[in-house]
Ligand binder design. Structure first.
Ligand SMILES: *[C@@H]1O[C@H](CO)[C@@H](O)[C@H](O)[C@H]1NC(C)=O
Ligand SMILES: *[C@@H]1O[C@H](CO)[C@@H](O)[C@H](O)[C@H]1NC(C)=O
Length: 347
């Protein structure tokens, strides 16, 4: 027994000191030791990967865009926020680029680019396209075609986009996130997202758009935000039927939804559904019981709920009311929580 303990101790000490040695060993293949210090022309020091010295495009050729290499991620970003016109942006991508695969394209707070033109990137690819708080109105068909194989994220918050080439989305097999929130789209075709098997996050909230069609066949979807649009009708069966077992959030707040049909959404464990600020007059048992039974939660705050016998089921023995947001009220302002359950005795 004693010798077994000593043997165990020995193994522990050996493996701990082994780890320490690995850190000191300059040939150990970790991210630190693969980089060396490189003295740049301007005298600044920068760590760099062995065997890879990125030659950024000539700074003058691409000005006012700026290319930055991040040695930590071994990735090069291009930031073009200071661009003065669409013509200039197009010209910049005609420069001599020593490599074609960038990590991120950034355009922030720019008032000069209204149209992202077809072919503008001239074969340069990006993984993340990040255009934020600009006056961009139109993303033309084929504007992003150099990114079909590379794009994982299209991030276009807070612009003025009226046209986006949704029909092209099926050509981006790696897309994990599409964020086109807070823009000026008037119609969004849900069918355009069909079959985006990598898609995890979709945010098209705050467009005041009519959303037509259904969201289906999105097997990895986790979060979908459709809040603050112009959904004025009954949500039909199969509206969000992604087939994803990872779905955790559906946002449909601040629309004008009058009712939701049974089977409108996937039924998955612990799904959070936001129906705040709509025109629901009831919470139908046939529609909502399956989500609450699966451990989901529902917010129906700011809806004109009538609170008659139609909601008696929430007060039954299984106490599903606990999974309805506590601030959910009847149309007279009284919280569902505060209703006396016995008023449903005669239902
Ligand atoms: C860094 O990125 C370049 C370009 O994508 C690639 O060729 C190179 O192998 C990468 N280096 C390392 C150490 O990953
Ligand atoms: C919202 O939808 C309604 C009904 O379909 C339509 O009459 C109205 O014009 C739409 N509003 C906007 C801002 O598109």
């Amino acid at each position: 027994m004693k010798s077994l303990i000593i043997l165990l101790l020995y193994i522990v000490v050996r493996s701990v000191s082994g780890q320490l040695n690995d850190h000191q060993d300059p040939t150990h293949k970790d991210i630190y030791s693969q980089s060396k210090i490189h003295v740049k022309q301007d005298g600044r020091h920068q760590p760099e990967y062995y065997g890879y010295e990125p030659t950024c495009p000539d700074a003058d050729d691409i000005a006012p865009c700026v290319s930055t290499y991040d040695s930590w991620y071994n990735a090069t970003d291009l930031e073009c926020s200071a661009v003065e016109s669409e013509e200039q942006l197009k010209q910049i991508f005609k420069a001599d680029f020593p490599f074609k695969n960038f990590h991120q394209f950034n355009l922030f707070s720019n008032n000069n680019i209204k149209v992202l033109e077809a072919g503008v990137f001239n074969g340069i690819s990006f993984e993340i396209i990040n255009i934020y708080a600009t006056d961009l109105e139109v993303v033309e068909l084929h504007a992003l075609d150099s990114c079909y194989e590379t794009a994982t994220e299209i991030d276009l918050y807070y612009n003025n986009i009226q046209y986006f080439p949704f029909d092209e989305l099926s050509l981006f097999p790696k897309l994990r996130n599409v964020y086109i929130s807070t823009n000026s789209l008037s119609v969004i075709q849900a069918d355009a997202f069909y079959g985006l098997t990598a898609l995890e996050g979709l945010d098209i909230s705050y467009n005041n758009a009519d959303i037509v069609g259904t969201f289906q066949d999105l097997p990895n979807l986790q979060r979908i935000y459709l809040d603050s649009n112009n959904i004025t009708t009954t949500i039909p069966a199969q509206f969000i039927k992604t087939g994803s077992s990872h779905l955790s959030f559906i946002g449909l707040g601040h629309n004008n939804i009058v009712s939701v049909e049974p089977g409108a959404f996937d039924i998955v464990d612990s799904l959070v559904i936001n129906m705040q600020d709509n025109s629901l007059s009831t919470l139908d048992e046939a529609t909502w019981r399956p989500y609450l039974e699966a451990g989901g939660t529902l917010s129906a705050v700011l809806n004109p709920l009538v609170c008659g016998c139609d909601i008696a089921w929430l007060f039954a023995e299984d106490q599903l009311l606990e999974q309805v947001n506590e601030y959910t009220t009847c149309s007279d302002g009284e919280r569902l929580q505060d209703l006396v359950p016995s008023i449903f005795d005669n239902c």
